[in-house]
Design a protein around this ligand. Sequence first.
Ligand SMILES: *Cc1c(COP(=O)(O)O)cnc(C)c1O
Length: 424
Amino acid sequence: MKFINSLEFAKKLDAEDPLKDFRSRFYIPIINGRECIYFTGNSLGLEPRTTQDYIVDELEDWASFGVEGHFHARQPWFSYHEQFPDLLSPIIGAEREEIVVMNQLTVNLHLLMISFYRPTQKRYKIICEAKAFPSDQYALESQVRLHGLDPEETIIEIAPRTGEHQIQTEDILSVITEHSDELALVIFGGVNYYSGQVFDMHRITRAAHDAGAYCGFDLAHAVGNVELHLHDWETDFACWCSYKYLNSGPGSVAGVFIHQRHLKDPSIPRLAGWWGHDKNTRFQMEKGFKPIPSAEGWQLSNAPVLSMAAHKAALDIFEEAGMEKLVQKGRLLSDFLLYILDEINASHPERMIEIITPRKAIEKGCQVSMLMQNKGKAVFEALKQNGVIADWREPNVIRVAPVPLYNSFEDVYRFGEVLQTFYQ
Ligand SMILES: *Cc1c(COP(=O)(O)O)cnc(C)c1O
């Protein structure tokens, strides 16, 4: 599309946007008496206006029924989590039985590593991206130590080439091949949280399998943002959080994918809890763990219904909007943003903003990461003063993510306008 850097053009795009009405379903924070430009949906998504009602419903049922709510609430708590696979299946591209909503992201990453990182004398190495989100680094290192191994010798990080900001797929594939004899696990983010790069999950999975290793993804920055086909890609496992693009509230309940072919495999170990036990005999409270033959069999505890109510409110909106339309609009928003940033850079030959996010449609989602060549922190502060909520990452990156459910093309235009004033 041929873009124009004008308010009129941005308003025209908004008028033509099939998702334009969804913005009014969210609370947009107010700064200086005016709706802010909220570009941190990649960090904490905004609150849907329906969320409070969904939670209040559960509080009312708790008041009315007490423990009986497990079976008599309007949406019985015993099976509350069973609503999620239908809603998440189109978002992550998986079969219902491959999905379970439980715990939180880092906890789930640990649980999945218990199942899928089982180093042997010969196969023990892990390949991951350099500069993965710190929680993932800590999880990997501590899992490696749990097996009595040394993270230095076990974890191989793949970094961008010198002078580049994105990791080349070729480099990932060749490192996997190089270590294929000793490789136990390949684990990547679906989207790198820093650069916004979307990894080629399909090819990475295939390469890992060719090397005889398992492959898993942390989809924290991918879920609800980019197209995913975990089942068809044959990815072994994945996990994600629900409070970023999925708008389910701070620290809300997270999700897990385990590929169908592993669900009934008794050779895969797991940490077990009563909620993963066969539903028909769970309340006989007897010895002998009998796992549910689906991803639900990885559950430990009974479901956190209040946080699940927020998750349900958010996912009902996703279902209505449709993932395909969301991905399309997300791309258009970030393309418009890139165009505006290019204009600003063109008028300032010293090029103060370097875009470190890939430009190809399949390699980026909503997020655009701007490496500020100078005065980065000052620009960031100025943005805040002018009603823009963005995200600062040391040493000099501003991340912005216009998201398709509640951001508008006008938001993107106005963001450019604020940024521009700083360069005059
Ligand atoms: C946001 C994020 C986390 C946060 O983990 P929690 O367990 O939800 O606190 C972890 N990993 C990645 C890649 C993230 O983007």
